[in-house]
Design a protein around this ligand. Structure first.
Ligand SMILES: Nc1ncnc2c1ncn2[C@@H]1O[C@H](COP(=O)(O)OP(=O)(O)OP(=O)(O)O)[C@@H](O)[C@H]1O
Ligand SMILES: [Mg+2]
Length: 616
């Protein structure tokens, strides 16, 4: 839905999906479960009724041995009650257990999948707020695996943990029921408990680091796969498939090893946890059998006892599983929290105002900037990085078109990124219409500027949607007019489905020049006061470029424009040219003036400008 109440044109708008409101607790010293509690607590009613259903299922199960024992004594040995009575009770218990089991499984899985949805949305919302320096630094495979397998292991724990809590509860009740029959025999049954407890503790300690290693190696593999797929052109061009396969095999081998150690640990601990209690079967037969011979215990009691011991096997199996799932969920949750705890790089200042676009005058004063200096998670970034801009000053009056020329790596694109506030300055101030850009909301700031970046990025949707990316409400006529201005209309009509053609991933099934023209067409749809063209026609023929310039000249007339140019024809669009070197402006004037009095300008042009026309 478009919001017409705002005074600026937002670059991107919220979908109709409501954002997830609740979030994890920010105190990182808390345990992982306490941190996620606010999210889980949104489902408290569902959890409560599911647990009640689970308790009903458990009671229905736990009464069975007692009923069977009583049936043997009363109906078979003493013959004081009818056998059918006990049979009917058992049937009722069976039906009750089946329906209650359906209820709690449905409830708990539903809750777990909702938590999964919330976590994933939360993670994605947070990613949207993170700084560019975070994305410069972090591998996409790490993010993908956290959004997938880590969230899944938390989800599994969420579904199982309440069932296991109920199982544990049933364990306590079963012991109570056993004690009601015979306290000494119950004590004999518990003979293996201390051993089980000790093994469980040991397993818990080993599982946590192992789970962490497994999850992070999965992320390593995701990164290799991601790079091999996205970089397939480079991989093939260098015939480096082998290299990629080796990288993948190395990662896969490391994962295999970690998985194996994890499962070996599991295999050597869980059978002990599960089977130690079976010792009780023997001891109970011995002690209970002697008591029955002495007449202190009935045959029915002994049968009940044996059934209880078999019933107790399940909770013991669950203890092992709970420990493993729990440790894995803990490791995964902490990997997710690592991202959620990442402070948003560039945040709106409290009380930030919406920019109401007016003239579009820009100024940079005493700007100092280096990449990677932002503190990340409390620790300063990499070792002192090279300063890109140092004491950079530039005034662009409203309506002017200015070209920035400089050697490659001199910081031209950086100037555009700083104006969009993709990164924070180390020193100095940038203003737009006289407002310090840090005092503006980012949405309004970015809404007022149209940037055509040096690397056009297309999404895997239709050409129409790609052009209308910043203005999802644009009509077909508007999109077509924009495409005509960008000289894209003709080639788009030549595509299989015209404007409805779905472009391949990143638009790689189009040529570089075609991608650039679609990216430029977005510009013609936006009504921004400030336009930045970062080398946006570099892959387009000179002839077509000339026609684009014709359309651009009209568009740029009333707007403030920064063109970053490698071509004289593009520089010719500008009223004024600045030359940057060593992080500051070293020459400023018209193209003609700079040619006449600035040897460095001539030198830079000679090294960077394509010889598409004689200098004039
Ligand atoms: N995301 C980044 N993280 C760290 N360093 C960066 C990043 N982007 C650019 N740099 C460095 O900053 C310097 C300026 O880069 P910038 O992209 O602004 O150059 P440019 O003038 O646009 O070059 P070109 O003409 O090749 O596009 C370069 O030395 C580059 O290595
Ligand atoms: Mg650049």
């Amino acid at each position: 839905m478009r919001q017409h109440t705002t005074s600026f044109e937002p670059v991107r708008e919220w979908s109709t999906y409501p954002p997830v409101e609740e979030t994890i607790r920010s105190e990182s010293s808390l345990g992982w479960l306490r941190r996620i509690a606010p999210i889980v607590m949104t489902h408290r009613w569902r959890i409560i009724w599911s647990v009640i259903a689970a308790i009903i299922a458990m009671l229905a199960q736990i009464l069975v041995p007692r009923v069977v024992g009583l049936a043997v004594d009363r109906a078979l040995i003493e013959r004081t009650s009818a056998l059918s009575f006990f049979v009917i009770i058992l049937l009722i218990l069976g039906v009750a257990r089946a329906s209650a089991t359906f209820g709690y499984r449905y409830g708990l899985y539903g809750m777990a999948f909702k938590v999964e949805y919330q976590l994933r949305t939360l993670l994605f919302q947070h990613l949207g707020r993170l700084s560019f320096s975070f994305f410069d630094r972090v591998q996409s495979g790490q993010i993908i695996s956290r959004a997938n397998s880590d969230i899944r292991s938390v989800q599994m724990f969420m579904a199982f943990a309440p069932i296991m809590a109920v199982q544990f509860f049933s364990f306590v009740i079963a012991i109570g029921l056993m004690a009601a029959i015979s306290v000494p025999l119950t004590a004999v049954t518990m003979i293996a408990l201390p051993g089980v407890f000790a093994i469980g503790q040991r397993l818990r300690k080993i599982m946590f680091p192992l789970s962490w290693v497994v999850q992070s190696r999965q992320a390593e593999i995701a990164t290799v796969v991601d790079e091999s797929v996205n970089g397939v052109r480079v991989v093939k061009a260098f015939a480096a498939e082998r290299q990629q396969i080796e990288a993948l095999a190395r990662g896969a081998e490391r994962l295999r090893w970690a998985n194996l150690v994890q499962h070996r640990t599991r295999a050597s601990h869980t059978p002990l946890i599960e089977n130690l209690p079976r010792i009780a079967l023997a001891t109970v037969l011995l002690v209970g059998g002697l008591q029955t011979i002495d007449g202190a215990l009935t045959v029915g009691d002994l049968i009940s006892f044996n059934l209880y011991i078999l019933l107790l096997q399940a909770p013991f199996r669950f203890i092992g599983m709970l420990l493993i799932l729990g440790q894995r969920a803990k490791a995964s949750a902490e990997r997710i929290y690592e991202i959620l705890d990442e402070p948003p790089g560039v945040d709106d200042r409290p009380g930030a105002i919406d920019l109401i676009p007016s003239s579009g005058s820009i100024s940079f004063s005493a700007v100092k900037f280096a990449y990677g200096t932002e503190t990340v998670g409390g620790t300063p970034g990499a070792e002192s990085p090279r300063t890109v801009l140092d004491d950079f000053n530039l005034e662009v009056p409203a309506g002017q078109t200015i070209a920035i020329v400089g050697r490659t790596g001199s910081g031209k694109s950086t100037i555009a990124r700083l104006l969009m506030r993709f990164y924070e300055l180390q020193a100095g101030v940038i203003t737009l219409d006289g407002h310090d850009i840090t005092s503006l909301t980012q949405r309004s700031l970015r809404g007022a500027i149209s940037l055509v970046p040096d690397e056009p990025f297309l999404f895997s949707t239709s050409v129409h949607e790609n052009i209308a990316y910043g203005n999802p409400g644009a009509t077909s006529e508007e999109v077509e007019a924009a495409a005509r201005a960008a000289q894209a209309h003709e080639f788009i009509l030549g595509l299989d489905d015209g404007y409805k053609t779905i472009v391949g991933e990143r638009g790689y099934d189009l040529s570089g020049g075609q991608r650039q023209r679609i990216s430029l067409a977005r510009l013609f749809l936006q009504d921004s006061q400030v336009i930045i063209l970062d080398d946006s026609t570099s892959a387009i023929d000179v002839e077509i470029e000339e026609r684009i310039h014709h359309a651009l000249k009209d568009l740029l007339k009333a707007r403030t424009t920064i063109v970053i140019a490698h071509r004289l024809s593009t520089i010719a669009l500008a009223d004024r040219v600045i030359l940057i070197d060593d992080g500051r402006v070293v020459a400023d004037g018209t193209h003609q003036q700079l040619l006449e009095r600035e040897p460095r300008y001539v030198e830079t042009l000679a090294s960077t400008v394509e010889e598409d026309q004689p200098w004039s």
